[in-house]
Design a protein around this ligand. Structure first.
Ligand code: PEP
Ligand code: MG
Length: 324
């Protein structure tokens, strides 16, 4: 996943000014996790649990889930691991869930909405996570949060999962930090309030871009519009960073923008110090940040916030890279 020899990276980059930027990995399964560890990821910044069961027609049992999670966690023993609860629905249909047909699945019962609509499913997953997480530094991440009540409902479900395991005498990880994906504009705009319930924020620029620009992600004709470099998205990122830092909550970015060498420098310039991406993007991001200080990047980010569109924001960064 990286041109560096195994063990050569410790998951940290240093900007020219000494500021540290952490490289975490987005992971979808055990082999991914092992490759990311080899590539030197500091931790798992996003484990997409729905990817484990994409082709299943029958619901995976709790023990089966725990076994698979344990295999992934073992690859990152001693390192932080952010496990996202099921983010199904929208563009990710899981056959065993038998989801209702929706006219507009991106805006339908998906992510945390689906988990809260199926509490037995959610609690089984949470128990599997807690059991597999024994002895590991796991944190739970809630996808597609749009309102605060969703976060308190998941926290309550986590408490119930813990109590059920304790009552059975089953060893498990407890307590666990609980963070939220900021990928819906309402969550970004309300970050200051959500910080009271979230131990950390992880910004999902894929969905945040889709929902901010009302442009479907992956739509073949809307690529240029659905660009996370758009100043509207960058302004939301800035607001989340400010709210997170004011409340002393870590803020990371785990959308594809984190691994995009044209956008990652803007994110770092906005104050992000933790980027989670596919490990194969580490080298490109490292190159894109090489030689820059935080002051350089924040000047570029300021310029990018003040232009009309994504192309101009990317150009602001490209111009700053040109020598002379
Ligand atoms: C995102 O939306 O940016 C994200 C990281 O989640 P996913 O791509 O899995 O929807
Ligand atoms: Mg998303």
């Amino acid at each position: 996943a990286s041109r560096r020899p195994p063990g050569a990276r410790d998951g940290r980059l240093r900007l020219a000014c000494g500021r540290e930027v952490e490289l975490w990995a987005n992971v979808a399964g055990p082999s991914d996790a092992r490759a990311a560890r080899e590539a030197g990821a500091l931790g798992i910044g996003l484990l997409r649990t729905e990817m484990l069961f994409l082709d299943r027609v029958d619901e995976p049992g709790e023990d089966e889930q725990a076994e698979l999670l344990a295999e992934i966690f073992a690859a990152f023993a001693g390192a932080p691991i952010v496990v996202r609860t099921l983010d199904a629905g929208g563009d990710k249909a899981l056959p065993y869930l038998e989801l209702d047909a929706e006219t507009n699945p991106s805006l339908g019962v998906r992510g945390v909405r689906l988990s809260l609509a199926r509490p037995a499913l959610l609690e089984a997953q949470l128990r599997a996570i807690l059991v597999a997480g024994r002895g590991h530094d796991i944190r739970v991440l809630v996808p597609m949060v749009s309102i605060a009540a969703e976060v308190s409902a998941v926290r309550a479900a986590l408490e119930r999962a813990h109590e059920a395991l304790a009552a059975m005498g089953a060893a498990h990880r407890w307590p666990v930090a609980t963070g939220i994906m900021v990928e819906v504009p309402s969550a970004a705009l309300m970050a200051e309030r959500l910080a009271r319930q979230a131990d950390f924020f992880s910004i999902g620029t894929n969905d945040l871009t889709q929902h901010t620009l009302a442009a479907e992600r992956g739509h073949p004709r809307l690529h240029a519009l659905a660009d996370p470099a758009h100043p509207a998205v960058l302004r939301l990122v800035r607001g989340v960073v400010e709210a997170g830092h004011a409340a002393k909550r870590p803020v990371s970015v785990c959308g594809e923008a984190a691994g995009d060498p044209g956008v990652a420098p803007l994110l770092v310039g906005l104050g992000i110090t933790r980027l989670s991406m596919c490990a194969s993007a580490f080298d490109a991001v490292e190159d894109a940040l090489a030689g820059a200080s935080f002051a350089d990047l924040s000047a570029i980010a300021e310029a990018a916030l003040a232009v009309d569109d994504a192309a101009a924001a990317r150009a602001a960064r490209a111009a700053a890279r040109r020598p002379g």
